[in-house]
Design a protein around this ligand. Structure first.
Ligand code: SF4
Length: 343
């Protein structure tokens, strides 16, 4: 049976019309599922009894189960969710002053093989469907209901490369943003890619106002090649061309994510190269303190290196922030909990 969660509104309208219904049936279903949080067709009282039976024959409403829950002293919640086939993915709630952000996984494992990443230690098993990503959001919202709050921001930055699962991620984003869906503003949604130029161009052409983040992590091909295998397939020139295209077509600035790794990419010489690389772009840089992974050799940059790096960029006209740290007393690195459970 097909999971009705995650079917984007225009597609659900087509499916309803094919079943001899009016288009607005899809909107009604959206309201029940995403506004009223009802996950049982029997309770959808403005839909006729006979059509509810049809819906039950054709569709399921599948939500993931919580396999493991970790809660940190700062309120960060990390869930390991189990999908209907037993596949497990992580999803993380981060609490900011401005709201609750959910870091969503887009694949089970990841094939991109970034050298510093715990998620990349487990190869991709499969893509997540848009319904499974919606499931990550619904399960976290169910937990937050006790606090009378909900997810206000989405970052597709968990395990997986979103542009390697493009169509499902896009449907997920559209449902999050839809006023009849979760009604999360486009500016509150960020998709983060490790840098696939074709995906960046395609995304630019979608006409969405959703944010784009690029996992850059190095100011040149030489360092990036040692950290991110994708860099060997798509060199910096090609990546920066795609980003310039995005800025022009989408008229949005991108965020560059830069994990600060001790003695690898955290020198002032690197900051200088980064400044030169970003010349002419309206982008900004988000420096990320590294969460060490016990089986990997990389170390986090000392605070003073991060500060000096940030100051250099700031003093040279580059917008820069240092990311707040979350969940220090739980398995903070992305993919770490799943790797531990799989072991
Ligand atoms: S950093 Fe992201 S793209 Fe790279 S291996 Fe980890 S999950 Fe995949």
């Amino acid at each position: 049976m097909k999971n009705i969660l995650g079917i984007e509104l225009s597609k659900l309208e087509e499916e309803m019309v094919a079943l001899g219904q009016k288009k607005y049936r899809a909107t009604q279903l959206f309201i029940w599922l995403y506004e009223k949080n009802v996950y049982n067709f029997d309770e959808m009282s403005d839909i006729s009894l006979s059509f509810r039976e049809t819906l039950k024959e054709l569709y399921s409403i599948d939500l993931p189960k919580i396999h493991t829950k970790q809660e940190a002293s700062d309120g960060t919640i990390k869930l390991l969710l189990e999908m209907s086939d037993g596949a497990k993915v992580e999803t993380v709630l981060m609490r900011y002053d401005y709201g609750n952000a959910l870091c969503v996984s887009s694949q089970v494992g990841c094939n991109m093989g970034c050298a510093f990443c715990a998620s990349g230690l487990l190869k991709k098993q499969r893509d997540l469907s848009s319904g499974e990503m919606i499931g990550e959001l619904i399960v976290m919202n169910q937990l937050l209901k006790k606090e009378n709050t909900k997810i206000s921001h989405i970052v597709v930055m968990g395990t997986g490369e979103p542009f390697d699962n493009y169509d499902n991620v896009l449907d997920f984003v559209k449902i999050c943003n839809n006023p009849k869906g979760f009604e999360i503003g486009a500016r509150h949604i960020t998709v983060s890619t490790c840098g696939i130029p074709e995906g960046i161009r395609k995304y630019a052409n979608e006409g969405l106002q959703v944010n784009l983040a690029i996992s850059l992590h190095a100011p040149n091909d030489q360092i990036r090649n040692t950290l991110m295998p994708i860099s060997k397939a798509f060199h910096m020139d090609e990546l920066m061309d795609a980003i310039r295209y995005y800025e022009k077509v989408a008229n949005r600035r991108v965020t560059f994510e830069y994990i600060m790794l001790k003695d690898i990419n955290d020198s002032i010489a690197c900051a200088k190269e980064l400044k030169n690389l970003l010349k002419g772009l309206t982008s900004y840089v988000n420096l990320i303190p590294y969460n060490e992974v016990s089986s990997l050799e990389y170390k986090r940059s000392p605070k003073e290196n991060v500060r000096a790096f940030a100051d250099y960029l700031k003093n040279n006209g580059v917008n820069v922030t240092v990311r707040k740290e979350f969940g220090k007393d739980i398995d903070a690195a992305c993919g770490q909990l799943r790797a531990k459970v799989n072991k």
